[in-house]
Design a protein around this ligand. Structure first.
Ligand SMILES: N[C@@H](CCC(=O)N[C@@H](CS)C(=O)NCC(=O)O)C(=O)O
Length: 79
């Protein structure tokens, strides 16, 4: 399994959608809460080119878009 981290904001509906999917499927990832740690915005921008949430880091590569993240998790992570 690759190294996976989810950058998210607590109040973002797109992030909540991904978090809900993870919850339903018992998926645990490294969690990067940019609401609690605003410096993560710059970290995400440096890695992926923009500060947009949610973002899934897969072995250092950034995937944006909640729907794409859920599809990726379905294909690679769901049991
Ligand atoms: N189409 C994107 C929309 C993501 C989006 O608009 N996220 C907002 C927060 S809800 C965002 O990152 N805005 C920039 C910011 O808050 O800095 C998705 O489905 O992931």
């Amino acid at each position: 399994m690759p190294n996976l981290n989810l950058y998210y904001l607590e109040t973002c509906p797109y992030c909540r959608k991904v978090l809900h999917f993870m919850d339903e499927n018992g998926i645990q990832l490294g969690m990067k809460n940019a609401s609690a740690h605003p410096e993560l915005r710059a970290e995400l921008s440096a890695k992926g080119g923009r500060s947009q949430f949610p973002a899934l880091e897969i072995d250092g590569e950034i995937m944006y878009e909640s729907d794409d993240i859920i599809v990726w998790l379905k294909e690679n992570y769901s049991q």
